[in-house]
Design a protein around this ligand. Structure first.
Ligand code: BV8
Length: 262
């Protein structure tokens, strides 16, 4: 990645008063959490994530889908935030008005110290029952913990303690609306910001992929960090071709001097 591009991006970031950081699965890749693009492995190798991450798949085979999410939750529990997550938390300490918006369902931003990230697609850690309105639910004793076999297994979802309906993952599936409060807060932050940094997203899932475009249309500078080109390239003033754990600490150091990045 060109040093001059990094310097230009760092100056823009250092001068920005209102910053939004939008992240996708790529920011967790260097923590060992597979992205949606990465082929599924083990029990799910023959499935397409986009077909498995649906209410239809869950109702057709609750044990298969709940087992997948419990396997992913166990992987996240074993993972650590990477220098990319920590650099994003560092940006939030240096820019008074900084909103982090994530498409990810892991808790690595929180564990890196990011305050109140907006989860557009929910979280692996907030199961709820399938009744409407949903009751909050617990994981019960399903084997989402370290005991699960490495390649994962089918796991029967728990039943809601309040109404005995099936418990489901607290994520937004394809075909489901995003949480209104999260989406509204994300769009408002994108409209108001001077600079939006989009990191590790393929920019193909809507309406999340609209957020950088809303920022650009509202006059913000958009900077992208991704080792690959994405459909977001054209709205970005600068495209930093590199990984989150490599580029973000360098970007923060160039903008504000050495970080406390260990
Ligand atoms: C909705 C939670 C309406 C679950 C997720 C046509 C047909 C059918 C549907 C649609 C259609 N067109 C549009 C739609 C809508 C659909 C959609 O966008 N489909 C796409 C595929 C075309 N969207 C929806 O269904 C949304 N809901 O529209 O509802 C509605 C309204 C009212 C009433 C009813 C309905 C819901 C979308 C949310 C789905 N849930 N996640 C779970 O996690 O299991 S999406 C899931 O996939 C992730 O959250 C994420 O958002 C997405 C994957 O995208 P990325 O995060 O970008 O990750 P990806 O793996 O794709 O890419 C990784 C990137 O990182 C790559 O670019 C790679 O180069 C880069 N990278 C890799 N390593 C690194 C790196 N970058 C930096 N550093 C590295 N080390």
């Amino acid at each position: 990645m060109e040093a001059d591009l990094l310097r230009r991006a760092a100056r823009l970031l250092g001068d920005a008063r209102r910053v939004v950081v939008l992240t996708g699965a790529g920011v967790s890749a260097e923590s060992g959490v597979p992205t949606f693009r990465d082929a599924l492995t083990g029990l799910w190798a023959r499935f397409d994530a986009q077909r498995l991450a649906t209410a239809e798949a869950f109702h057709a085979d609750p044990d298969l889908v709940w087992g997948w999410y419990e396997w992913r939750r166990a992987r996240v529990a074993r993972a650590e935030p990477n220098p990319g997550h920590r650099a994003i938390a560092a940006i939030q300490t240096r820019v008074l008005d900084c909103t982090v918006i994530t498409q990810n369902v892991d808790d690595l931003h929180e564990r890196a110290g990011t305050r109140a990230p907006i989860h557009l697609h929910g979280s692996l850690f907030t199961p709820r029952c399938t009744a409407v309105p949903a009751h909050p639910a617990t994981f019960g004793d399903t084997s989402g913990g370290p005991g699960q076999p490495h390649e994962g297994s089918r796991v029967p979802p728990p039943r809601c303690a309040s109404c005995t309906a099936l418990v489901r993952p607290g994520v937004v599936w394809f075909g489901e609306p995003l949480p209104e409060t999260a989406l509204t807060a994300a769009v408002e932050a994108a409209v108001a910001c001077d600079l939006l940094l989009t990191v590790g997203t393929a920019g193909v899932v809507y309406p999340a992929a609209e957020i950088p475009q809303v920022a650009a249309r509202s006059g913000a500078t958009v900077i992208q960090v991704n080792p690959q080109p994405t459909p977001l390239d054209p709205v970005c003033a600068i495209n930093l071709r590199g990984t989150a754990a490599q580029v973000l600490p360098a970007l923060v150091a160039a903008a504000w001097g050495e970080t406390d990045e260990s």
